[in-house]
Design a protein around this ligand. Structure first.
Ligand SMILES: Nc1ncnc2c1ncn2[C@@H]1O[C@H](COP(=O)(O)OP(=O)(O)OP(=O)(O)O)[C@@H](O)[C@H]1O
Length: 270
């Protein structure tokens, strides 16, 4: 049975210096499910995820993690249940990949605060799962964008979270690495994790997500299965016209293309 591990109840948010506002949002991240949050630039996807991860706090409404209101949970407790990967991970400090992934264990360290053999085995396993073992001794700052994204996932997985929130985690990956990344998410949810992922790749979302949450202008406009959301009618509510949807040639899912003639110079006049 799917269990709601993280829920937003009419959560709103307004940045201090910006009239833009996240309208009351209610949604649940469930065990066994990948939920993709989609929508045009500036529609509020990252804000929604930051609220869910307690990086920012709701102006009204509430966020509940594993049955407890988020504001009553300590940072350490939260990090044992919830892993959050922001859109941009910046570091100027010269850590190795192994060190970056080991940092994911901090919320779970016991005793004197050193990694024991169990922690080290978990770090190795997270490197393997994300195919980054060969990068272990490299400096994190010298990695390519796609390599960094795999390493920060490894670090978040080292927390052993039950809920994983990922903001555009594959934006710098080539298509094969993107597919293996989503295959890993699929395995993780089969093991009982709840995953929320912001992505602009509607086709990868159609293949791997169980539910799509579509946003526009700071509000959730639709939620449902890929088959229900990936239609020209529903998508155009958020993205406007110029969308074509077809059946994937080998998988039983819809795929989406910009419609030539409506999307700029290349399509005009064809
Ligand atoms: N720190 C901030 N301070 C003020 N306004 C912000 C801040 N971060 C985001 N915004 C504004 O809030 C709105 C929603 O931004 P958000 O990053 O949630 O959108 P998004 O859907 O994730 O966009 P994108 O697809 O471009 O990443 C935008 O108008 C943005 O300019």
């Amino acid at each position: 049975m799917t269990q709601e591990l993280l829920t937003l109840h009419n959560a709103t948010y307004q940045y201090p210096d910006n009239p833009w506002r996240l309208e009351p949002c209610s949604l649940a991240f469930k065990s066994g499910e990948v939920k993709a949050v989609i929508g045009p630039n500036g529609s509020g996807k990252s804000t929604l995820l930051k609220l869910a991860a307690h990086v920012i706090k709701p102006g009204s409404g509430k966020v509940v993690l594993d049955g407890r209101e988020m504001k009553s949970i300590s940072n350490r407790e939260r990090a044992r249940v919830l892993g959050y990967l922001p859109q941009h991970v910046r570091t100027h400090l010269d850590y190795t990949v192994g060190e970056v992934v080991s940092m994911g264990r901090f919320a779970r360290l016991r005793g004197a605060g050193f990694l024991d053999s169990n922690d080290l085995a978990i770090v190795e396993n997270c490197l393997e799962q994300t195919r980054t073992t060969h990068l272990k001794d490299r400096s994190f700052t010298n990695l390519s964008g796609g390599e960094r994204q795999r390493v920060v996932l490894a670090s978040v997985l080292a927390q052993e979270p039950r809920v994983l929130l990922l903001d555009e985690p594959t934006s710098a990956m080539d298509m094969h690495h993107e597919v293996s990344f989503f295959q890993l998410l699929d395995q993780l949810v089969k093991g009982g994790m709840a995953v929320g992922v912001v992505t602009h790749d509607l086709n990868i979302a159609s293949v791997f997500a169980h539910t799509l949450t579509l946003m526009r202008d700071g509000a959730i406009v639709q939620e449902g299965s890929p088959r229900r959301i990936i239609t020209p009618e529903v998508l155009s509510e958020a993205y406007g016209p110029g969308i074509e949807v077809m059946q994937h040639p080998t998988l039983d899912v819809p795929v989406v293309f910009p419609a030539p003639g409506l999307t700029g110079e290349k399509g005009e006049g064809r």
